[in-house]
Design a protein around this ligand. Structure first.
Ligand SMILES: *Cc1c(COP(=O)(O)O)cnc(C)c1O
Length: 376
């Protein structure tokens, strides 16, 4: 509450016109807007989480393990199973969502007088981490098919001399996974600067057969950081647990900037309980990937204004489609039919998450109705 004669707050000028991050959180029947896994945890998972959190509650008078050795060991075990890459627990870091991991990275490696480079369209939060850490933000463009041209990427890195390069693969909002050759070209250019290269693999578990993880490059590139999250495939967005795999030296740099005890005892206990049940929590990933491929194929058969819809290749659990003359009208038409998707990405495009078969069908029915209305 401000009174008329209250003094103005000494807000940093670059924040004056900014608004908080806010994907709409609307209570509608079908929510396909923030790429969550649509399947809630089973009763068995819930029971283990509750039991472990109860155990942790007995020690809440004490600060938690601020370096969470047990959780890091469990995450290293998970990555070994998921991608075949065996890491030492000292090569793993965790925080409250991979968003906080990105902040740690920019606090340690960005900063005043330094530059972070990425390639648009990409995750809308990246420029905000740069802003919040006073890091200069530079974006190159992705190609027409949303991949990154390795020569253009190398040229941009050589011209801008960044200390951080951010690559999302699979990318949000496009779903595009990067070619390993592109990532290696960027890593080689970054070695010469030198820059830390962050490969954001928030959607890695949804990648198609034959798409490798950047984890396989860690033993050759000590300035590579691969970030992951339990928010998407792992069906635990409410947990707020993101993590990173890198060299121990890179992880040690993040330990300098993290707030003391940033990961609560409750979070550590719940995350370890969830990891114990990884098979159950990841059980629907294969179905979601199949649903994604099927949704891409279906969307490609739809027409607006006599033209087939364009649909980006996706290795994630969402699909970007366009090009719509009035994407807001389509988004609103879907919402009026109880289906919430995301108005994001390049002009004229919309992003929809893959839901349960029933939810995906509701989206298709609503889109057919909205497009049909527009065609009349
Ligand atoms: C969803 C998402 C994340 C995950 O954020 P959390 O903070 O772990 O929930 C990270 N990167 C991208 C590109 C995402 O889309």
């Amino acid at each position: 509450m401000t009174t008329p004669d209250a003094p103005a707050l000494p807000l940093r000028p670059e924040l004056a016109d900014e608004v908080p991050y806010g994907a709409p959180q609307l209570d509608v029947p079908v929510r396909l807007n923030v790429n969550e896994n649509p399947y809630p945890p089973s009763d068995e998972v819930v029971a283990t989480v509750a039991e472990r959190v109860a155990q942790a509650a007995h020690t809440l008078n004490r600060y938690p393990d601020r370096d969470f050795a047990d959780l890091r060991a469990d995450l290293a075990d998970y990555l070994a199973v998921e991608s075949g890459v065996r890491l030492d627990p000292t090569q793993v870091w965790a925080a409250n969502g991979s968003n906080e991991i990105m902040l740690h990275l920019l606090q340690a490696f960005g900063g005043p007088g330094r530059t972070a480079v990425s390639f648009a369209p990409t995750y809308s939060m990246y420029p905000e981490y740069a802003r919040d850490t006073h890091t200069r933000w530079v974006t190159g463009r992705r190609a027409e098919d949303f991949t990154i041209d390795p020569d253009a990427a190398v040229a941009l890195i050589e011209a801008e001399q960044p200390s951080v390069v951010l690559l999302a693969s699979p990318n949000n909002p496009t779903g595009t996974a990067l070619d390993p050759g592109t990532i290696e070209a960027v890593l080689d250019a970054a070695t010469r600067v030198p820059a830390v290269v962050v490969v954001d693999e928030a959607y890695a578990e949804f990648r198609r057969e034959g798409t490798p993880s950047a984890l396989a490059l860690l033993d050759r590139y000590p300035h590579l950081a691969v970030t992951r999250t339990m928010s998407k495939a792992f069906a635990a967005a409410g947990l707020r647990l993101g993590y990173l795999a890198a060299s121990s030296a890179l992880v040690d740099a993040l330990r300098v900037v993290r707030l003391p005890y940033h990961l609560s005892a409750v979070t550590q206990a719940a995350a370890r309980a969830a990891l114990e049940h990884r098979e159950s929590l990841l059980a629907q990933v294969a179905d979601l990937r199949a649903g994604r491929d099927e949704l891409v194929a279906w969307l490609r058969q739809q027409h607006v204004g006599g033209r087939p819809l364009q649909v980006a290749e996706s290795d994630a659990n969402f699909v970007l489609f366009g090009v719509l003359d009035d994407r807001h009208a389509v988004w609103q038409g879907l919402l009026d039919r109880g289906v919430l998707i995301r108005e994001t990405g390049p002009d004229g495009w919309l992003r929809v998450s893959v839901g349960t078969p029933g939810e995906t069908q509701a989206f298709k029915d609503a889109l057919t109705a909205v497009i049909g209305e527009k065609e009349q």
